[in-house]
Write a protein that binds this ligand. Structure first.
Ligand code: AVJ
Length: 330
């Protein structure tokens, strides 16, 4: 563990190291040597990918961020009244926008103590911590730089107040059903009896609306999708030609998830020099880069049940685009 910052109110620790590079290396080795090629969605988010994602959140077609925000704004005070929480643990925190709404409600309720963001991006975490410290006098921040699939054990023990552990944005949808349930179970271990999980899930709706959100007119999502190839090029000394791949996004009705893929226009041979790996793509061959599951209330409840959790309160926006679930350990 590296301690990166230690001022009066901010403490940031990092649990990323060489094992971090290994995570991408392992995923590339596994994912590009299969008959159906695949790279996990978490590798989009280097500095450029995070910037592109922030741009996606502003696109007219990409409704989840706005819908979730509107629920948070309408419900944050109620959530805090219900839980009496004074601590927010946010997994995959990214920008401080969502935390600010919940911390503001804790501050109004007089319970606010601590914000514990966990994110892979050191720069995002530092700037979020500094912004929020300036806004809330009573706040301390204990940031954890890490990956919530591997570093949940480094979340500090709870303080004196109940805590909310938040996984927002629909990020849970990036995981296949079995992994999703395992992850929810692990997250549940962070919850004491009075603590609650706050989970953001995008909802099943007209496929045309969903597909537009993942294939915007300006091509920002296409660039975001191709960014994973830039990440592999720079981190593993590969020679992908990102412009040789088309962006594909479609709603799979049977699985109720969106898939993003990259389709090679021509036959191409890629060298991943750091791994001594050569990978061949046929013309038209596709690489799956993301699944983003869309939920119904019943499906969320089933997942909670399988993970040893139970739904406490279900909140949606008026158009039922997105949902926030408050859940407890069963
Ligand atoms: C950040 C994972 C919630 O799945 O909607 C946005 C990522 N991918 N556009 C999502 C994403 C394409 C986003 N999550």
């Amino acid at each position: 563990m590296r301690s990166l910052a230690q001022s009066g109110d901010i403490r940031i620790e990092s649990f990323l190291s060489e094992t971090d590079d290994r995570s991408l290396a392992n995923d590339v080795l596994d994912g590009l040597t299969r008959p159906f090629k695949e790279i996990p969605a978490k590798h989009f988010y280097d500095a450029r990918g995070s910037e592109l994602f922030e741009q996606i959140c502003e696109l007219p077609e990409y409704y989840p961020t706005r819908a979730e925000r509107s629920i948070l704004v309408a419900r944050a005070d109620g959530i805090v009244r219900r839980t009496r929480a004074g601590e927010l643990v946010e997994l995959g925190s990214g920008s401080p926008d969502k935390a600010r709404i919940l911390l503001g409600a804790m501050s109004r309720a007089g319970t606010l103590r601590r914000y514990v963001p966990l994110d892979v991006s050191e720069s995002a975490l530092e700037s979020a911590a500094e912004e929020l410290i300036d806004e809330f006098d009573e706040l301390t921040v204990h940031g954890v730089i890490g990956d919530f699939e591997r570093h949940l054990a480094h979340i500090p023990d709870p303080g004196e107040t109940p805590r909310i552990v938040a996984l927002l944005g629909g990020t849970i949808g990036n995981f296949l059903p079995g992994t999703r349930r395992r992850l929810l179970r692990e997250i549940g271990r962070l919850l004491g009896p009075g603590d609650r999980l706050l989970l953001g899930t995008d909802l099943v709706k007209d496929p045309a609306v969903i597909e537009a959100a993942y294939d915007d007119a300006d091509g920002v999502t296409a660039e975001f999708n191709r960014n994973v190839l830039h990440v592999i090029n720079s981190e593993l000394d590969a020679d992908f030609c990102p412009s040789g791949f088309d962006h594909i996004a479609f709603f799979d009705r049977r699985h109720e998830w969106v898939e993003m893929r990259l389709r090679s226009r021509r036959p191409c041979s890629v060298l991943v020099a750091d791994l001594g790996l050569r990978v061949e793509f046929a013309a038209g061959e596709e690489l799956r880069t993301e699944i983003s599951a869309k939920f119904t209330r019943a499906r969320v409840e089933e997942d909670f049940h399988a993970a040893g959790l139970e739904l406490d309160t279900w909140y949606t926006d008026p158009d039922e685009l997105f949902a926030l679930s408050l859940a407890a350990r069963a």
